[in-house]
Design a protein around this ligand. Structure first.
Ligand code: FES
Length: 191
């Protein structure tokens, strides 16, 4: 199939000709490898999510244009599969496995408490944009159940305490950073 050459509307910073984004090349390469065929849609959306962390509307339009599939189909696929997200992730990501081995080892209870603590449900991000909470069906680490992934690192044998400590550490670490930046600013003002 001949690659589509016409560029879709460019309104996102990542798609702006003035600020070309290297991540777009990864997406283009994925589509090119599949000859810009429409069946490459899921794989391309995976590439978008891996590169950008979520499916930005302009990028979905871009993919629809390149693969010549209706935008409605791109949205249908993006919203059908739970592993795609249309919202930007928080600064930190906590994924708790709810697969069978983890479930019977206690993640259900941990998950309930974490939802309470953060005030969000699976697939959501805290109002301050700090932490995204997600679930997985199996991380392929059943021997470590209950398991989770914290900012990309798999952690096994989770307990409620280890999870809560991790989340609190993220929050206080970020608060410390804000505090030291504030201290620096105050010091500079006093000079
Ligand atoms: S069920 Fe949780 S890692 Fe497999």
């Amino acid at each position: 199939m001949t690659p589509a050459t016409a560029s879709p509307a460019l309104s996102s910073p990542s798609l702006s000709p003035a600020t070309p984004d290297k991540r777009l090349r990864i997406i283009d390469r994925t589509m090119r490898l599949h000859g810009y065929a429409s069946h490459a849609l899921i794989e391309t959306l995976h590439a978008v999510q891996e590169a950008f962390g979520y499916l930005e509307p302009d990028l979905m339009r871009y993919v629809a244009g390149r693969l010549k599939v209706p935008l409605s189909r791109v949205y249908a696929v993006a919203t059908f599969y739970h592993f795609f997200t249309l919202k930007p992730p928080g600064e930190h990501t906590c994924v708790l496995c709810k697969g069978t081995a983890c479930y019977i080892s206690g993640t259900a209870e941990i998950f309930r408490k974490v939802e309470e603590m953060l005030g969000i449900h699976a697939g959501e991000t805290t109002a301050d944009g700090k932490i995204s909470l997600m679930t997985a069906r199996c991380l392929g680490a059943c021997g470590l159940a209950p398991a989770g992934v914290f900012d990309g690192t798999v952690v096994g044998n989770l307990t409620l305490d280890t999870v809560v400590n991790k989340l609190q550490a993220w929050r206080s670490h970020d608060a410390d950073h804000r505090e030291s930046a504030g201290d620096r600013e105050n010091r500079n003002r006093c000079r």
